[in-house]
Design a binder for this molecule. Structure first.
Ligand SMILES: Cc1cc2nc3c(=O)[nH]c(=O)nc-3n(C[C@H](O)[C@H](O)[C@H](O)COP(=O)(O)OP(=O)(O)OC[C@H]3O[C@@H](n4cnc5c(N)ncnc54)[C@H](O)[C@@H]3O)c2cc1C
Length: 604
């Protein structure tokens, strides 16, 4: 087998059929976080962005409602109120130093985008307009505040296009439709250090090794572990799964956000911007039920509370429809002109997918799996953590795949588009500083060997199990057992199912054995990541015997600060294929950083 030494591979060298590349900085993912990092890094170092999708197809482009920043353009506001709301919204599991950075750097993040050419909606006097969003308030919870900057209900689309155009302007190297399947680690002085990544090229089926001094993961979320989700088909959590398989920790995986307003039966999102513009949630009796749960903020309470209230309404028999299993989002009292100007896309979704006319009829809605609060743990420099205190040198993560943690146990709407810009930029900056002095870490022998083995195993698949069937069983069970309400019993049920699905996964059937555009093969690999991430989510959720933010344990209904005001850190310690369910995961705890806001009861 060939040995590859530092510095002796020119770009494009092919050894044993594997292509070799060398970049100072490799960024995995071309969503908002990845491209924001690239804009920072590209002008100063040889940078590559590797993406399984064409950049402008990344999920950031589906974001609708807005990006938070206390600009105070239309109402009194400041970053300290924004920090407070973020901490309280996250049910006090937020690292408060990180939330301060998020809220402070929000202003520059918006100005940066504006300077790059992003067409935000404007006020009459030409300033960036701002709208309301759940949990964002003035004067520490007194009333909703207009803090979300937006471009109609396609803010993410505008952000993604703007960032991509600027990457093109800067001549960033893109490798599109390349699936990263492994992080290469080499042991240096007894410590495993990142040396680059291995990617699979969709159009040819060839493998590529990218050697890099710094590697940034920006691979987005993994909503596809659930059936009802707002997330795109591609959000299978590959990046988070790769880090997990390296034995590095994942933080706060039990916290997954269920957004209140997915289209009933489909999960397609209707942005909270609708409620920001005045939409009202109603039950079958037409009652504005949120008045009972959160009298001050009503429909604009944080998402965990609204989603839980909706689930309670349905449980108690006040749902609509023949099966009393959905609720309504009502915008019929808004002027059609306002709807057309500010909510054009989502009203079109209601017409197209449900055949409902939002001008005159309330829209059937249900909570939908939306956002991973947990993920790859990092510090505020976006450096990936090896344990509670030490970083992995040269490895960074930003965006939804990362856990800084600015969202704690429940993210506020519009704080993610902000997060990807603030911490994407920070990751780019930190990587640039690092590569100024860092050397390439030598590649191990046969760096693509691990990926080859996985692909060979999957490709050989001539068993009897269908990939889609296994995925669906996983998703259905996650919806039933690990969604808004959880108990030890329900979590045990899905744990056992995952264990049996693993057995069936080893016996899959692959129809397409070809090399070119073999999406069958990649779906099989992605399913492996979905199984891993569902399992660690459920394991962490069983261990957290309290209710906080997006994690509601019916058998432990109260928040328990004495025992659980800590982050979970889960580690893979053995081979999930060969042991009993649960035994191959170890859980540790990490303190929460508290600066100015001691935990209080959460009232809205
Ligand atoms: C429908 C919807 C509406 C939303 N609305 C809002 C909103 O209004 N405001 C808000 O703040 N947040 C919103 N969010 C959340 C927010 O959009 C996302 O959390 C955020 O955009 C994620 O950005 P990202 O850069 O981390 O990941 P993404 O934009 O998802 O990009 C991930 C990238 O990683 C790449 N990738 C993944 N795996 C691999 C691999 N194995 N190899 C190579 N590349 C890979 C993909 O190709 C992609 O380029 C919304 C989310 C959804 C789903």
């Amino acid at each position: 087998m060939s040995t590859i030494n530092t510095g002796d591979i020119a770009d494009g060298t092919i050894i044993d059929g594997v292509h070799y590349h060398q970049f100072d900085i490799v960024i995995v993912g071309a969503g908002g976080a990845g491209m924001r990092a690239a804009i920072e890094a590209g002008p100063h170092a040889k940078t590559a962005v590797i993406s399984k999708l064409y950049p402008t197809r990344s999920h950031t482009g589906a974001a609708q409602g807005g990006m938070a920043a206390a600009l105070a353009n239309v109402e009194d506001d400041n970053w300290e109120w924004h920090t407070y709301d973020t901490v309280k919204g996250g049910d006090y599991l937020v690292d408060q130093d990180a939330a301060e950075i998020l809220a402070k750097e929000a202003i520059d993040a918006v100005v940066d985008l504006e300077n790059m050419g992003l067409p935000f909606n404007r006020t009459e006097d030409g300033k960036i307009d701002q709208r309301r969003f759940g949990g964002h308030t003035r004067e520490h919870g007194k009333a909703p505040v207009r803090r979300a900057c937006y471009a109609a209900d396609r803010t993410g689309h505008m952000i993604l296009q703007t960032l991509y155009q600027n990457c093109v302007r800067l001549g960033i190297n893109f490798f599109n439709e390349f699936y990263v399947l492994d992080l290469i680690m080499t042991e240096v002085d007894g410590v495993e250090e990142p040396a680059g990544v291995v990617a699979y090229e969709l159009s040819t089926g060839d493998l590529h090794v990218f050697q890099s001094k710094a590697t940034i993961f920006a691979t987005g979320g993994f909503g596809k572990i659930f059936k009802t989700t707002s997330n795109a088909h591609t959000l299978t959590g590959d990046g988070v799964g790769i880090i997990w398989r390296k034995g590095l920790p994942l933080e706060d995986m039990e916290f997954f956000q269920f957004h209140p307003t997915g289209l009933a039966g489909l999960g397609i999102l209707l942005s909270e911007a609708a409620r920001g513009e005045g939409a009202i949630l109603r039950n079958a009796e037409g009652e504005r039920f949120m008045e009972r749960y959160t009298p001050t903020l009503k429909d604009l309470a944080p998402r965990d509370i609204v989603a839980r209230s909706m689930a309670t309404e349905i449980r108690e028999g006040r749902g609509a429809g023949p099966d009393k299993d959905y609720l309504f989002l009502d915008i019929t009292h808004l002027e059609p002109a306002v709807i057309d100007e500010k909510l054009p896309d989502i009203t079109e979704f209601a017409r197209t997918y449900l055949g409902v006319e939002p001008y005159t009829e309330p829209v059937p809605v249900l909570p939908t799996a939306h956002y991973a609060m947990g993920g790859i743990p990092t510090n505020v420099q976006a450096e990936v953590l090896r344990n509670n205190t030490d970083v992995v040198k040269g490895l960074y993560a930003a965006g939804e795949c990362a856990c800084v943690s600015v969202h704690g146990s429940n993210r506020l709407g519009t704080n993610s588009l902000l997060d990807i810009n603030v911490f994407g930029k920070r990751a780019g900056k930190a990587a640039i500083e690092y590569v100024k002095t860092a050397e390439f870490v030598p590649l191990p022998e046969n760096p693509a060997g691990g990926v080859k083995n996985i692909l060979d195993m999957v490709r050989a698949g001539d068993g009897t199990e269908r990939i889609a069937a296994i995925r669906k069983e996983l998703q259905v069970s996650m919806d039933r057992n690990a969604q808004i309400f959880r108990t030890d019993e329900s979590l045990e049920e899905v744990t056992n199912l995952i264990q049996s699905l693993r057995g069936r996964y080893r016996n899959i059937q692959l129809h397409d054995k070809g090399k070119r555009f073999n999406t069958d093969l990649l779906e099989a690999v992605e399913l492996g990541f979905l199984l891993d991430l569902a399992e660690v989510l459920v394991f962490s959720a069983r261990s957290r015997k309290e209710s906080r933010g997006g994690h509601m344990r019916e058998d432990y209904p109260d928040r328990d600060d004495e025992n659980f005001l800590v982050h979970t850190m889960a580690y893979l310690t053995g081979d999930p294929e060969s042991e009993e369910a649960g035994d191959h995961i170890r859980l540790d705890w990490k303190p929460v950083v508290i600066t100015n806001y001691p935990p209080m009861e959460r009232k809205y």
